[in-house]
Design a protein around this ligand. Structure first.
Ligand SMILES: CC(C)(COP(=O)(O)OP(=O)(O)OC[C@H]1O[C@@H](n2cnc3c(N)ncnc32)[C@H](O)[C@@H]1O)[C@@H](O)C(=O)NCCC(=O)NCCS
Ligand SMILES: Nc1ncnc2c1ncn2[C@@H]1O[C@H](COP(=O)(O)OP(=O)(O)OP(=O)(O)O)[C@@H](O)[C@H]1O
Length: 197
């Protein structure tokens, strides 16, 4: 039977990097990608975001104004809670659809790449949960570089999530992505052998 494998970790620890390594062997359901679709121009969820946060939440062409909204919610816990209350269920529903579609190929496992896996309760339907980690200073540097954020803005994003140590404590498997990518690749391939036929 197809296993459901949760893949999570702190922001910018390297979930997408690990997910890309796994994607060569297993189907991936990517919650961030699904969120982009659910929050696309004219989507019901986008309309609800505008109704709550105002017209500034979208750009002139109807796309979500991610930098404006990110700046707001990652510095205001109540705003983040309001956004999550609007987006959580539509994202989960779209994820169920993607899981059903992936299951048609009867793979050994389906990877659920979900940044907010524990916060959303997905661990309860997963056979195993993989948590990707890296040291705090490395995470901060990677986040600042990738998203062109100041140290303060990057730290605010990190602080808006469940602490990484709590995620690690709940992991079945910890993938350390603090060093170079070759080390991570070796760990991922080793784990993969335990899952695939
Ligand atoms: C706030 C938004 C507009 C910021 O967009 P931006 O392009 O700058 O960031 P991106 O979407 O790439 O998210 C980056 C990371 O932020 C973290 N993050 C995103 N949403 C949330 C949230 N609701 N709570 C805590 N952390 C979050 C995740 O680690 C994610 O990987 C965007 O993240 C969003 O719409 N979030 C709500 C949807 C959601 O919950 N997505 C997560 C799916 S599990
Ligand atoms: N082992 C590594 N060595 C150097 N840089 C890395 C390594 N792993 C990932 N990175 C870089 O760090 C940044 C964060 O990685 P990635 O996007 O995979 O994290 P993520 O956990 O998916 O992030 P988010 O939670 O924001 O979606 C990216 O710019 C990526 O290229």
């Amino acid at each position: 039977m197809t296993k459901l494998i949760g893949l999570t970790g702190g922001i910018a620890t390297g979930k997408s990097t690990v997910s890309k390594l796994l994607a060569t062997k297993l189907p991936i359901v990517d919650a961030d990608k699904i969120a982009w679709q659910v929050e696309g121009p004219g989507q019901p969820t986008t309309q609800k975001i505008v109704a709550h946060f105002g017209q500034q939440a979208v750009l002139a062409d109807g796309r979500l104004n991610r930098s404006w909204l990110g700046q707001l919610v990652f510095n205001d816990a109540q705003a983040l809670q309001a956004l999550t209350a609007i987006t959580r269920l539509p994202i989960q529903y779209a994820m169920f659809e993607a899981i059903v579609a992936a299951n048609q190929q009867q793979p050994d496992a389906i990877i659920l790449d979900v940044p907010l896996l524990f916060e959303s309760g997905w661990q309860h339907v997963c056979d195993q949960v993989l948590v990707v980690t890296a040291p705090p200073a490395v995470v901060l540097q990677r986040l600042m570089a990738r998203n062109h954020l100041s140290q303060q803005a990057a730290q605010a994003r990190i602080d808006s999530q469940m602490p990484l140590a709590q995620k690690v404590a709940r992991a079945d498997v910890v993938i350390d992505n603090g060093a170079n990518i070759d080390k991570t690749k070796a760990a991922v391939l080793k784990w993969l052998k335990t899952i695939t036929k």
